[in-house]
Design a protein around this ligand. Structure first.
Ligand code: ADP
Length: 556
């Protein structure tokens, strides 16, 4: 028993010792573990603290960097509350206005000294704040005076900053840039542009420019006058469309305004938009390049060369007159008088007389020619001042008949007049007699003997005109010459001037006189049967009478 107890005791002691050993071991392990954990925690804490310090240092550095950048900004920058209080401002506006940060921070934006330079400026600042606080971007240009009194122009903007969550305006950012130099440059450019525009606008030549798409960008007043197309209608339009009604298709297809890279020059005729007169226009197209060879558009210049072309035509005509109309009679005169002067015809006085007579006829023809040219030029250049008066038509016809009576007798032609006794016309009597003389003179020249020439005049009340007619029974005029014979030196037959002693200017003179009186002239003719020349003159009395009749009819 005692042995068993002893054995049990020993077993318990051994178990206890094992247990104690295990516990100790466990404790040792736990102890060691807690030591390790503590060390780890400590290390982690240290690392976290280090990181935080690092982050703080980074934050400070970045804040410093931001502050330095903000402060060193050349532009004016400020942060405001939505109510307009200045929370932050950089160095530039402080330096410009010569104030300290402390003097302005916390105060309303519009109390910043620069905005106090005038009541207008203060108002602008207030508007800027209220507009930005309402969520709208504000932008304007203002001029502040520097402390030395120098004006500086700034572009000022105030923009709202919204909260990401509530979308409410939480800050306002105010900015300002000194744009004095840019403004000066811009003004100089604007002035330069105005000067160029003035030059373009005062040019007597029509100038139009087109961009590379062929769209019209410039259309000066001379262009408006020449084409009748107003600037408003031209700008922004396709150049080809604008010129389609003016320039012949054959020319237009080579032009491609703004897009063609070749210089083109051409003439075209065009009836003047106001007067309806036919004008000769010289056009010159040149491409526009921006320094290099890149085509940036085109320029077209139009010049009214009607007068120039007319002068050229007159020059050509003058040379042709000298070479033909004057040289031919002069040669005849020289030939005829030469024979007489050299005494060759001394023994033949009859032939000598004929020679002198030939010379005399040619001299008369030259005098007529010179007189006709001078008369026509005076009429065409508007140098003739018509002396209007009421003229009894019958007396005008009688005057004309007495001028051509001798010629009519020689050609055995009867002159007949059918004119109401009381018919009067408002005209310059001398020039009107000249018209009648020219027409009757021609009628005599181109009629066979024993025929009659009938002159009539009648009032056509419905048209308020007086219509004259001079009818002959002569050779007639071919249909293709009915218009052309009213031109200078135009004759049906080249021999007419030689055989009939004409100059080819009579009808041109008639047309000028009639047109200057406000009338028109034309001819109807049948070959070998005769011709009738008509001309009309406006009749103020007839018009008044027609108007009176109309009123009476209405009243009835
Ligand atoms: P000219 O001095 O040659 O007569 P005009 O200008 O008066 O010049 O006439 C031009 C031309 O018209 C004449 O040369 C003639 O050929 C033609 N002509 C004019 N009147 C008549 C007429 N009554 N009958 C036929 N031809 C005419």
């Amino acid at each position: 028993m005692a042995a068993t107890e002893q054995q049990l005791l020993e077993q318990r002691t051994a178990a206890t010792a094992r247990l104690t050993g295990m516990t100790n071991h466990t404790l040792a392990i736990a102890y060691s573990l807690s030591l390790v954990s503590l060390g780890t925690i400590y290390a982690l804490l240290r690392r976290e603290a280090g990181k935080r310090q690092q982050a703080e240092a980074n934050l400070r550095r970045s804040e410093h960097k931001f502050q330095s950048v903000f402060d060193e900004l050349y532009e004016f920058a400020g942060l405001l509350t939505p109510a307009g209080r200045l929370i932050e401002v950089n160095q530039a506006p402080l330096a410009f206005a010569q104030v300290t940060r402390e003097e302005v921070l916390g105060k309303p934006f519009w109390e910043f000294p620069l905005w106090q330079q005038s009541s207008e400026l203060t108002e602008i600042a207030k508007t800027a704040v209220s507009q930005a606080a309402a969520g709208r971007f504000f932008y304007t240009e203002v001029t502040f005076n520097s402390p030395t009194g120098q004006p500086h122009t700034f572009d000022v903007s105030v923009k709202p900053v919204h909260s990401a969550q509530s979308k409410q305006v939480i800050w306002l950012i105010a900015e300002g840039r000194d744009i004095t130099t840019q403004v000066q440059l811009r003004d100089a450019l604007r002035q330069e542009r105005n000067r160029s525009l003035q030059l373009i606008n005062s040019s007597v030549d029509g100038i139009a420019a087109f961009d590379e798409q062929g769209t019209c960008t410039v259309w000066n007043p001379a262009m408006e006058a020449l084409t009748g197309i107003p600037r408003d209608r031209a700008i922004g339009q396709c150049g080809m469309d604008l010129f389609r009604s003016l320039v012949p298709d054959s020319t237009l297809q080579h032009l491609h305004l703004g897009m063609a890279d070749t210089i083109t020059a051409f003439d075209f005729s065009h009836s003047h938009p106001q007067t309806g007169q036919l004008r000769m226009i010289e056009a010159r197209y040149s491409p526009l390049h921006n320094g290099s060879t890149t085509l940036t558009g085109g320029l077209i210049m139009l010049r009214d060369v009607t007068r120039q072309r007319e002068l050229e035509r007159l020059k050509r005509e003058f040379i042709s007159i000298i070479s033909h109309e004057i040289r031919t009679p002069l040669s005849s005169i020289r030939g005829a008088l030469g024979l007489v002067a050299e005494g060759i015809l001394d023994d033949d006085p009859q032939t000598a007389r004929e020679m002198v007579s030939i010379a005399n006829n040619n001299i008369e023809r030259l005098v007529r020619l010179v007189n006709d040219i001078l008369a026509l030029n005076r009429l065409e250049s508007g140098q003739v001042d018509l002396k209007y008066q009421w003229c009894p038509v019958i007396s005008l016809v009688q005057q004309a008949f007495s001028s051509v009576e001798a010629l009519a007798t020689t050609h055995q032609i009867r002159l007949e007049a059918t004119v109401p006794d009381d018919l009067r016309v408002w005209a310059d009597p001398d020039w009107l007699v000249q018209v009648l003389v020219n027409l009757v003179n021609n009628a005599i020249k181109f009629s066979p003997p024993q025929t009659a020439i009938a002159v009539t005049a009648e009032a056509i009340a419905s048209e308020s005109i007086i219509q004259f007619s001079v009818a002959d029974q002569g050779r007639g005029i071919p249909a293709d010459k009915l218009q052309t014979i009213f031109g200078r030196f135009q004759q049906v037959d080249a021999s007419d001037s030689r055989q009939k002693g004409g100059t080819g200017l009579g009808l041109a003179i008639c047309r000028q006189i009639v047109q200057q009186h406000g009338g028109r002239i034309w001819v109807e003719s049948e070959l070998n049967k005769g011709s009738t020349f008509y001309f009309t003159l406006p009749h103020p009395e007839q018009r008044q009478e027609a108007e009176r009749n109309q009123t009476t009819q209405k009243l009835l």
